[in-house]
Design a protein. Structure first.
Length: 89
C-alpha cells in the first residue's frame, strides 16, 4: 500500500534477494527508499517465514530511474513475518 516502486536488485538464491523499494511522499515526510535483503522460507506445516535486513547497497540505477528525483535513504534494520494458515480456511 505504501510502496510506489519496487525492483529486485540481486537474486542471491531461490529464497533470498536484495530488493530496492521506494515510497511516495507521505504527509510531511519526504519520499524514501530502502535496500533490503529479503529471505523467504516455506515451512513443512504450510506457514511462511520472511526475514528482512537492511543492506548497504547504493542502488544508484534504481534511484536514477525512479519516479522521484530525490529520495531520503531509510533503513529497515531488521524485520520479520510469520504467516500461518488458518485451520478450516
Amino acid at each position: 500500500e505504501f510502496f510506489a516502486e519496487m525492483e529486485d536488485v540481486v537474486v542471491i538464491d531461490d529464497d533470498t534477494k536484495i530488493v530496492w523499494s521506494a515510497t511516495e511522499r507521505i504527509g510531511p515526510l519526504r519520499a524514501r527508499d530502502f535496500a533490503t535483503r529479503v529471505h523467504f522460507r516455506a515451512m513443512p506445516d504450510g506457514s511462511f517465514v520472511i526475514g528482512n535486513l537492511a543492506e548497504q547497497v547504493a542502488c544508484a540505477d534504481q534511484r536514477a530511474a525512479g519516479k522521484q528525483s530525490k529520495y531520503c535513504r531509510m533503513e529497515m534494520l531488521l524485520g520479520g513475518h510469520l504467516i500461518r494458515p488458518i485451520a478450516g480456511e
